[in-house]
Every structure is written in structure tokens, then in C-alpha cells.
Design a protein around this ligand. Structure first.
Ligand SMILES: Cc1cc2nc3c(=O)[nH]c(=O)nc-3n(C[C@H](O)[C@H](O)[C@H](O)COP(=O)(O)OP(=O)(O)OC[C@H]3O[C@@H](n4cnc5c(N)ncnc54)[C@H](O)[C@@H]3O)c2cc1C
Length: 412
């Protein structure tokens, strides 16, 4: 049984190892000069390869049941076991798992060693010109060469993190085979607020705990809390990444996308108002306005909210009414920002959308072309930040590799 895997990333490598383990003769075709390049960039070079707790809400797809139907076939415990079996120690930090070495290259080295051990052929700088059905198998055209495989696994990843979109994408191959795509948008990516560039320039560099609520056409879509990073073009940080796929679909459908930022999520509105009143009552009216705000937020943010309310930081407090001060402080719990877009695919960690999960079986085999399988991000599945996307790559690679190798060839 000959299996061709197009794409030598996390999912393609896992698929190759599992298929070879089941006795198949496996070839990986990778368009870059090395396999697994993206793995090296993950987790800031440390590779957050799975999470301690993987649950159904950690994945989104147009099709429901990703966790129950797929992840559960090769879950986080099995991933940890797989890497432990290869001799790789792991360490956990707030639920995120990394190799003990804290080097993403360890993960890749372990996988490459396994490929070698299993006799998998790896062809780099190999981007097929075409993939075609021939009889019950597939013909892959690669320049002047023609390769034949009984089964094919498409594991070409997405546009995320790629500076240049070189060659043919996995989406192109999938569409040529008659598959439809759920619109592909950047996800786990920064959000831009281009109408407020001046404001953002003034507060850029601030990192703080915040709760961010995302509204699409005025309707609450999602909410996240965590460390927000303010940049000169907009907002970033893990909570923003988690919200970004919803925002991206909002932009994709030309809807109005807005964020409300609460810089004091640990206080409810009543508590916050009580605190302001207390401070106001004991405050010297001769003192400067900026001194009243001292101790609330980062200085850059305090100044932003003072000015936004039309107050002057250097004026005595006595120049303003309680109502005016209160309004400035209440804004800190509900700063509305109009979002204008995401950063481009090159800045995204993953893509949302891809080959529709309605068009594949539980074994990730195409419902349109027998013997064609899919693995990884090319499919319409995206996970949260925290090791969930690599978990999906390992899981889907495992499922596709195993199914492709075990699928019986038609008798002649
Ligand atoms: C900066 C960054 C940091 C990340 N950090 C994390 C993290 O810490 N934890 C986590 O879980 N996830 C992380 N991710 C996401 C994770 O890396 C991906 O979800 C995962 O690598 C997807 O695996 P894949 O096999 O589907 O695709 P990829 O790993 O992208 O592999 C696809 C491969 O196919 C090749 N290819 C494409 N087209 C062709 C073609 N026509 N012919 C031949 N080869 C082709 C590509 O060159 C590539 O090598 C991060 C992503 C980025 C960009």
C-alpha cells in the first residue's frame, strides 16, 4: 500500500508515522526545503504542543462535535503518551504543555527520528503541479516526475504565519477534487483600530489585565479576560487572539465589529462607583486632576481617560463636578473601540475555515473522492490558543494516517 502525504507539517508528519507504523509505504511531499518549519515557530520557539485539559468548547467548526467525534480518538493524554514513548520529557505551565527542553526543535527532532526509523521517504522542495485520480489510486505530477499512490492525505496547512503564499495551496487541490471551503480567515491574530490610530499611538506598549467583549452589529458575540496588549495599531494579547476568529468573520461579511474593554474587571459597576465616591469625598479640590486618577490604571491609560472625558490632567479637581469625574472613571470599565480589521494572514497563528467537515467521514476520508484523506488546519477546525491547534494536528494526522493505511484496497 503506497500512501502519499502532501505537506510535511505537524499533521502530515504524524499521519506519516502512524501510516508507516501500520505497514504502509509512505512518502511525504513538502514544498519547502525542510519539513516541520512551522513547528519551530510555535509557542515562541518553545512549542506548546498540547494542553492539560482539552474540551469541546476549545474547538470551533461549522460542524458540531469536533471534540466528541475526532479529538477523543487521539486525545491529549495519548499525545503526551506518544511523545513520552519517544523519550521526550514534557513540562506543564498553567495547563500548557511544552517539551522539557523548552525547544520546539526537540519536538521536530523526535518526529524526524521517528520518520527515519519507520522508513518514510521525505521529498522536500516538492510542490505537486497536479493531483489526479487514476483508477482506484492517484497520480501526482511533480515537474517531470509522476508518482503513483493508492491513497493520498492532504495536510497542506493554511495561509497562517506564511509571509508569501508560494505555489499551490492545499485549498486549491481540495477544490479541484470537488470540495467546498468554509471561508478561510485569519484567526489567533491581532485586531486593528485604524480609526483611532492617534489614541493607540499614545497608549501603545501598555499590557494589563482586561475583559474584552466583542460585538458584531451591536450583538454580543464573545467575551474573554486576560492580559491585553495595546499596540500602535490596535489590540493584541491572548484574549484578543481568542476573539479574533469571530471578528474576522464579522469583517469578512462586512459587518460592524466593536470591542468594549473593561480595564477593571475585578470590580462590578456598583463597587467601582462606590470606590470613586469614597475617593472623591476625601480628595483635596486643589489637587491636580491627574492625581485623583493616580493608582487606578497605567499612567498612559489614566491620561487617555481623563482627556477622553474632556478634562485636563493639570487642572485642579475643584474645576470639575463629581459627575464629570465619575463619567471619566466609568469609561475605564466600558471603553468602546471600533475595530477595522485583523492583521494579515502572515501575522495569524491559524486560519478559521477550510475544507468543510460535512464533506469528510469520521476517519477524515473525503465523501467525494474515495481514498483521499485530510489532516490538520486545511480542515474547517480551529482551536483556542494554548496548544489546541497542534493537538488538532496530531489528532487529525493520527486519524487520517491510520485510516489511510488500514483502508483496504479494492480487489482486482
Ligand atoms: C507563529 C505561530 C505560533 C504557533 N504556536 C502554536 C502553539 O504554541 N501551539 C499550538 O497548538 N499551535 C500553534 N500554532 C498553530 C500550529 O502551528 C498549526 O495549527 C499547526 O502547525 C498546523 O499543522 P498542519 O500540519 O495542519 O499545517 P503546517 O504545520 O502549516 O504544515 C503544512 C505543511 O504543508 C506544506 N505545504 C503547503 N502546501 C503544499 C503543497 N502544495 N505541496 C507540498 N507541501 C505543501 C507547508 O510548507 C507546510 O510545511 C502556531 C502557529 C504559528 C504561525
Amino acid at each position: 500500500m503506497k500512501i502519499g502525504i502532501i505537506g510535511g507539517g505537524a499533521s502530515g508528519i504524524m499521519a506519516a508515522i502512524i501510516a508507516a507504523d501500520s505497514g504502509a509505504e509512505v512518502t511525504i511531499l513538502e514544498k519547502k526545503d525542510r519539513i516541520g518549519k512551522k513547528i519551530l515557530a510555535t509557542g515562541n520557539g518553545k512549542c506548546n504542543f498540547t494542553n492539560k485539559i482539552v474540551e469541546k468548547d476549545d474547538y470551533i467548526s461549522q460542524k458540531e462535535g469536533i471534540y466528541q467525534n475526532y479529538i477523543s480518538q487521539f486525545d491529549e493524554k495519548r499525545v503526551l503518551h506518544f511523545f513520552a514513548e519517544q523519550g521526550m520529557l514534557a513540562k506543564e505551565k498553567s495547563g500548557y504543555f511544552y517539551p522539557r527542553s523548552e525547544q520546539a526543535s526537540t519536538v521536530l527532532d523526535v518526529l524526524r527520528k521517528k520518520l527515519q526509523e519507520k522508513g518514510v521517504t521525505v521529498l522536500t522542495e516538492s510542490c505537486p503541479d497536479s493531483l489526479k485520480r487514476q483508477g482506484e489510486g492517484f497520480v501526482v505530477r511533480l515537474g517531470k516526475k509522476t508518482l503513483f499512490f493508492h491513497h493520498l492525505i492532504l495536510a497542506c496547512g493554511s495561509f497562517a504565519g506564511e509571509k508569501l503564499q508560494e505555489g499551490i495551496s492545499g485549498y486549491d487541490y481540495a477544490q479541484k477534487f470537488g470540495h467546498t471551503l468554509v471561508p478561510v480567515v485569519p484567526a489567533l491574530v491581532q485586531l486593528r483600530a485604524d480609526h483611532d490610530r492617534e489614541v493607540f499611538k499614545a497608549i501603545a506598549g501598555v499590557r494589563c489585565e482586561a475583559k474584552i467583549t466583542l460585538y458584531i452589529e451591536g450583538k454580543m458575540r464573545a467575551r474573554e479576560r486576560g492580559e491585553l496588549q495595546l499596540t500602535d495599531y490596535g489590540i493584541s494579547g491572548i484574549p484578543v487572539f481568542q476573539l479574533s476568529r469571530h471578528a474576522a468573520y464579522g469583517f469578512h461579511t462586512q459587518k460592524k465589529v466593536k470591542a468594549s474593554i473593561d480595564f477593571l474587571p475585578e470590580y462590578d459597576d456598583g463597587e467601582w462607583e462606590g470606590l470613586i465616591r469614597e475617593k472623591w469625598e476625601g480628595f483635596n479640590p486643589q489637587a491636580l486632576t491627574e492625581d485623583f486618577f493616580l493608582g487606578f490604571l497605567n499612567k498612559k491609560l489614566n491620561l487617555h481617560f481623563i482627556r477622553k472625558a474632556g478634562l485636563k490632567p493639570q487642572q485642579p479637581m475643584g474645576n470639575y463636578s463629581y459627575e464629570q469625574i465619575l463619567q471619566a472613571c466609568l469609561q475605564m470599565k466600558n471603553w468602546e473601540v471600533e475595530l477595522t480589521g485583523t492583521n494579515p494572514f502572515a501575522s495569524a497563528q491559524v486560519c478559521a475555515g477550510g475544507v468543510s467537515m460535512d464533506e469528510v467521514t469520521l476517519q477524515l476520508e473525503s465523501r467525494k473522492v474515495k481514498g483521499l484523506f485530510f489532516a490538520g488546519e486545511i480542515l474547517d477546525v480551529d482551536g483556542r490558543c494554548g496548544g489546541y491547534n497542534l493537538q488538532w494536528a496530531w489528532t487529525s494526522g493520527y486519524i487520517a494516517g491510520k485510516a489511510a493505511a488500514e483502508r483496504r484496497l479494492p480487489s482486482v
